[in-house]
Design a protein around this ligand. Structure first.
Ligand code: NPG
Length: 367
């Protein structure tokens, strides 16, 4: 297809409750929404999952906008025609910006698939029409507050609970929730908050029958994760460390991880995500779809990916109500612990334009 214009829009959406992790507290989302229009006038939408600040990853919203305008769009526009399948190759010379690149590739893919009348789910190879939902629970002020929040999610039907942990908020929090819910599928996420010396401490989590410990160490410390895997019985799952197919291959070969969290933004897009999924299926490694507090635009595409057969663990694919009072698309509503995978062409959802305009902070059109 030919790209006629790209719209870069930032919106501001408050979260229904603050979300605290080991790297900070978020009370709202500043989201970069990308819209691509092609020669047929078809529009494709995507969400860039970068946060406002480079705390989870080196990317951040203002940096992504700069990268997209300064380098990525000119590179794509230099080609007379561009298909989603070519985007990663054309953008490969630019070393930065997995999330920025993913957003452009996804918007182009949405427009392309709409023209072909194919849903993203069937294009990616989905085999499920609904996916099991997990929920990620931030660090709370105290155990009582944590218990109340987890109860609300268990009562709502979530099929797996993930607790955010950090030094000082780990063993006791897990023990408390495990005592309340002896059978709920439970896992923890440290977002790199521990060091190689913490093996003995983290091994104290082994008695709580957790599905996994996510990203305990620095994202660059692949060897550290491999060493830690010998000290703890709970499976280690990498998130931040997995930024591409190659990094997934390395982590698996070095036995640094036995489960992988796939986030399309973090690995450069949905096409790279499918490659990682295929590698994991071949290697008999379970995968699950991570979340970045996405709006309905990003959530729709995540659900398409999570419907692939290798996604055998519930992901951080929660209902819209978990995040926002009002979503920018028709809200995703959980039924019996599942979300339905969109099956309309492309990502299968469109933003509510009136609401989108009302929460827009900046908008720029590049022709
Ligand atoms: O449900 O989308 C969600 C949030 C899931 O915990 C979650 N995401 O480290 O995986 C993470 C974390 C995160 C959130 C990371 C926001 C970066 C920003």
């Amino acid at each position: 297809m030919k790209i006629k214009e790209v719209e870069l829009r930032t919106i501001h959406l408050p979260l229904v409750r603050p979300f605290r992790t080991s790297f900070g507290t978020q009370i709202s989302r500043e989201v970069l929404i990308v819209k691509v229009t092609n020669e047929n006038g078809t529009t494709g939408w995507a969400e860039c999952v970068a946060m406002s600040e480079p705390l989870y990853s080196p990317e951040y919203v203002a940096g992504c906008i700069d990268l997209i305008k300064r380098f990525l769009i000119p590179a794509l526009k230099a080609k007379p025609e561009i298909n989603a399948e070519d985007v990663a190759t054309v953008l490969k010379p630019f070393l930065a910006g997995q999330m920025a690149k993913a957003s452009l590739e996804t918007a182009i893919l949405d427009a392309q698939l709409k023209d072909q009348k194919v849903s993203l789910a069937s294009y990616l190879g989905a085999t499920k029409s609904k996916v099991e939902c997990g929920v990620s629970v931030g660090i709370a002020n105290n155990l009582e507050a944590l218990g109340q929040e987890v109860k609300s999610y268990v009562d709502a039907g979530y099929r797996r609970i993930k607790l955010k942990i950090e030094p000082g908020w780990d063993i006791e929090a897990v023990k408390f929730i495990r005592n309340l819910y002896p059978d709920v599928p439970l896992q923890v996420d440290a977002n790199q908050a521990y060091s190689r010396d913490d093996g003995k401490h983290l091994a104290r989590l082994d008695e709580f029958n957790l599905l996994l410990i996510e990203q305990p160490l620095d994202e660059h410390d692949i060897l550290g994760h491999a060493l830690l895997a010998k000290e703890v019985k709970t499976p280690i799952c990498l998130d931040e460390s997995i930024i591409s197919l190659k990094s997934a291959e390395d982590a698996l070969a070095l036995k640094a991880t036995t489960i992988i969290n796939i986030k399309p933004g973090r690995v450069g897009g949905y096409l790279e995500s499918v490659k990682i999924h295929d590698l994991c299926v071949k290697s008999k490694i379970p995968v699950w779809c991570g979340g970045m507090l996405e709006t309905g635009i990003g959530r729709a595409a995540n659900l398409a990916l999570a419907a692939l057969p290798g996604f055998t663990l519930p992901g951080d694919t929660s209902a819209s109500a978990r995040y926002f009072k009002q979503d920018i698309t028709t809200p995703f509503v959980m039924e019996d612990g599942y979300l339905t995978v969109p099956n309309k062409p492309g990502i299968g959802v469109e933003p509510d334009m009136d609401f989108l305009e009302s929460i827009t902070r900046s908008k720029e059109v590049i022709r």
